[in-house]
Design a protein around this ligand. Structure first.
Ligand SMILES: Nc1nc2c(c(=O)[nH]1)N[C@H]1C(S)=C(S)[C@@H](COP(=O)(O)OP(=O)(O)OC[C@H]3O[C@@H](n4cnc5c(=O)[nH]c(N)nc54)[C@H](O)[C@@H]3O)O[C@H]1N2
Ligand SMILES: Nc1nc2c(c(=O)[nH]1)N[C@H]1C(S)=C(S)[C@@H](COP(=O)(O)OP(=O)(O)OC[C@H]3O[C@@H](n4cnc5c(=O)[nH]c(N)nc54)[C@H](O)[C@@H]3O)O[C@H]1N2
Ligand code: SF4
Ligand SMILES: [Mo]
Length: 721
């Protein structure tokens, strides 16, 4: 193991961009990380975070073996003891109080890890709990909901054909920094340069003149939360001025007349005052968009983590549809990945479910069998039948990432038993009774099973293990399968079935076997027909930079026909949302001199967990409150001040940063900071703690269709300390 050496091809798993990397290894240590110019998707793109892969690999704070809480602090224990303790305590709680008494929370890095995406099902089946939570209800569930309403599958998400479009309209996303989300787009800057070189245009709608807006031909500042008025007004113009274009989807589309009727109240003239964007700008934008040879409208967290998340996502897609840009080259299209999770879920009758239940305490909507994470604290703290007493978190840090962080801290501290599958003792896992640390990404193989399905080009790649892990380590898939079988066995009263479950854990197929099968079943595979030559795992292994499967192609009509579906332009849920928008269209009134808080991301950090690296913390302080200079002058604040920011929920103190890119009346604070806690084991992060902006965001307000958290447009007061 000490002598492992060579050059390895790996896809970076930190964000959604999937950059191809070349990692040089000597004596089983990373010597260098460089971009892979031959990766057919990223073509040599990379960002400063890639170096963090090595820092995490070598981080002395990263746990390598299970630890258990004891009176004298954390003690390292063996895997056997750890698994039996976890299974015994979790099953005991479930047998005593019912399955819902144990909850699970899955965080964002889980989505980048084949071993979690595929094997988490085993744990979910074993726990069989209704108390399931994920970071998706802090993020993109509105997008999934809109996809169910329009196309019948929550994973059918249209992706901008950025490499061929003539006009790109972006609302509430900053891909220059985030490197794209639900649009895997490595090298975004280069692709925008190419768009400009072929005479195309980029328009960005954002309360801040963001890094992406700075590249745009036009930046339209918008008040947080006002996007549905703009999108509805754009659709109004398309319908009113006859700007629409025929589409091959028209014969599969119903409800245009009803949509017209319900969009009628949203002319640019009628919404002008509430939207704060003048009528000419809106009409001009509609004409240019609809008149472009091809155009792609795209929105992300700014439009999802908002009071009208589902409506925004739906209107975006419908704008594309009505202008003939849905499922069309240069518009937005549906990728066709080699291992096609959407198709596999469809075949299993699991295309996603809206309103799949209601939460116990406040009756909030559940989505796709998951409860809103914004409701997690109360489900732990409020007594009664179904109260959560046990917890498993996998690759997440909800105490920093969900609204009302303080309430969640108290809730996690009050649990009877909590197991974390994570390799850091962070703000959330510090409350665990037991932590099961998996190997780090460089120590196991991977295939980005989800993000190939959201990529701007069809490619497939298999990333092998780069570093030999320490003896006695476990990958996520092994931890999940072992835990699942043991919990199921512990709850099983029939001794024969119990014995079978104990045995089953040795029979779980490896990720390689699972991937091999998925590739065979996918479009490019041979589906076990020996006379058909198809894409196999071996092909991915002999093309270590990745296999190019070509640009996205129109395929929605075929998918709809295959599943006997039609596109409904007037579903009751959306009509109700349009009516709500019309009723409540005036901007929420602000009290006193309140400002509206939004979030932001930084190219060197990733949510809450890259702050234990030098890459994520070096240089100027990142956790600052950005404010327009005019707002500061009005409050007698200056650049060096520390300010107290308070909301209905809490109060934090952060340094002020004057920033004329901010829209007046709007301030921004990044999330993922606030690294404080007695038991944290993150030496670097705790030296650059910052504050938790989610101590300000409100868990009492939710997007009503899917119960998504609302992080943007939070009313706050700001004063000098
Ligand atoms: N105010 C505000 N809040 C936000 C947002 C915002 O824009 N504004 N954004 C929201 C969004 S979009 C998201 S996705 C969430 C993210 O919220 P979370 O997913 O809850 O948080 P992360 O910071 O991604 O936490 C990642 C954890 O996973 C662990 N981890 C990393 N890799 C692995 C692995 O391979 N296996 C295992 N088992 N563990 C691993 C890390 O150690 C870390 O503890 O935050 C949300 N919160
Ligand atoms: N470097 C880095 N990359 C990341 C992450 C990270 O933390 N750091 N996180 C990853 C994750 S989990 C995700 S989900 C993606 C998110 O990727 P993006 O969606 O691109 O997220 P942001 O960069 O936060 O950009 C959101 C933009 O929305 C704007 N905005 C806020 N409120 C509103 C509003 O009401 N309307 C409009 N129109 N705009 C608004 C903000 O000013 C900001 O410019 O990024 C991923 N990539
Ligand atoms: S943009 Fe950076 S973090 Fe994201 S995949 Fe590429 S190298 Fe990794
Ligand atoms: Mo996210």
């Amino acid at each position: 193991m000490q002598n492992r050496a060579g050059l390895f091809h790996k896809t970076c798993n930190l964000c959604e961009a999937m950059c191809g990397l070349l990692i040089e290894v000597e004596h089983n240590r990373v010597k260098s990380i460089k971009p892979d110019p031959h990766d057919p998707l990223s073509e040599g793109a990379i960002c400063p975070k890639a170096i963090a892969l090595r820092e995490i690999q070598e981080d002395p704070d990263r746990l390598r073996l299970p630890v258990k809480r004891s009176r004298d602090g954390w003690v390292t224990i063996g895997w056997e003891e750890a698994f039996s303790l976890a299974a015994a305590r979790l099953s005991e709680i479930q047998l005593r109080l019912g399955n819902d008494a144990v909850a699970s929370y899955l965080g964002n890095p889980g989505a980048h890890n084949f071993g979690i995406v595929v094997y988490l099902t085993l744990l979910n089946n074993a726990l069989d709990t209704g108390s399931r939570y994920t970071a998706s209800s802090l993020d993109q569930n509105p997008k999934h909901a809109s996809s169910i309403l329009l196309y019948g599958n929550y994973l059918s998400i249209p992706i901008p054909d950025i490499d061929h479009t003539d006009f790109m309209l972006i609302l509430g996303a900053n891909p220059v920094v985030s490197n794209g989300s639900l649009m895997t787009v490595p090298g975004f800057r280069r692709r925008v340069r190419a768009l400009h070189e072929r005479g195309g245009e980029l328009v960005v709608v954002d309360p801040k003149r963001s890094e992406t807006a700075e590249l745009a031909d036009l930046h339209i500042p918008i008040q947080p939360g006002r996007d549905p008025l703009l999108l509805a007004a754009l659709i109004y113009c398309v319908l009113d001025e006859g700007l629409g274009r025929e589409s091959h989807l028209d014969p599969l589309t119903d409800g245009l007349d009803r949509l017209k009727e319900h969009i009628a109240p949203f002319s640019p003239e009628a919404v002008e005052a509430d939207l704060g964007i003048d009528r000419q700008t809106v009409r001009e934008l509609a004409r240019r968009y609809a008149g472009a040879r091809s155009a792609a409208c795209y929105g992300r967290v700014g439009t999802c983590q908002s009071p009208y998340g589902t409506l925004n996502s739906w209107l975006l897609d419908v704008l594309n549809l009505l202008t003939g840009n849905l499922d069309r080259e240069g518009g937005v299209m549906f990728p066709e990945p080699a291992a096609d999770l959407a198709a596999l879920l469809e075949a299993r009758g699991l295309p996603g479910e809206l309103d799949s239940g209601r939460t116990r305490v406040r009756g909030a909507p559940c989505f796709n069998g998951e409860r809103p994470t914004a409701c997690l604290a109360e489900e732990i703290l409020v007594e009664g039948e179904g109260q959560i007493r046990g917890m498993v978190t996998i690759a997440g840090n909800p105490c920093l990432s969900a609204p009302n962080g303080r309430a969640l801290q108290s809730a996690f501290a009050a649990l009877d038993f909590y197991v974390a599958i994570d390799f850091y003792i962070n703000e959330t896992t510090q409350h665990a009774d037991l932590i099961l640390p998996p190997t780090w990404s460089l120590e196991h193989d991977n295939h980005e099973i989800l993000f190939h399905g959201f990529a701007v080009r069809n490619t497939a790649k298999y990333s092998p293990r780069v570093i030999e892990p320490e003896d006695d380590s476990r990958d996520d898939w092994q931890i999940l399968s072992e835990l699942a079988c043991r919990i199921a066995a512990a709850k099983q009263r029939n001794p024969l079935k119990r014995a079978a479950l104990r045995l089953a854990r040795r029979l779980v197929p490896s990720p390689r076997t699972a991937l091999r099968l998925m590739l065979r079943l996918g479009t490019y595979g041979n589906r076990f027909l020996p006379w058909r030559k198809g894409l196999r795992l071996r092909d991915l292994e002999t093309s270590p930079s990745g296999v190019d499967l070509g640009p996205m192609k129109p395929r929605l009509a075929g998918l709809l026909e295959q599943h006997g579906r039609r596109i409904d332009l007037a579903p009751a849920l959306i009509i109700a949302e349009l009516e709500r928008l019309d009723r409540d269209r005036a901007a929420p009134s602000l009290v006193g001199d309140q400002l509206l808080l939004i979030g932001r991301r930084d190219v060197r950090t990733n949510n809450s967990w890259l702050h234990n690296t030098r890459v994520g913390t070096r240089g100027k302080e990142r956790c600052t409150l950005q404010m327009h200079p005019d707002d500061a002058t009005r409050r007698n604040l200056s650049a060096k001040d520390s300010v107290a920011i308070s909301s209905r929920v809490g109060r934090v103190i952060a340094p002020l940063e004057l920033c004329e890119k901010m829209m007046p009346g709007v301030v921004s604070l990044p999330h993922g900071w606030g690294h404080a806690g007695k038991e944290l084991q993150m030496q670097v992060a705790t030296q650059h703690p910052g504050v938790n902006c989610n101590d300000l965001t409100d868990d009492a307000v939710l997007e009503p269709v899917v119960g998504n958290a609302i992080f943007n447009g939070v009313p706050v007061e700001v004063a000098r300390v």
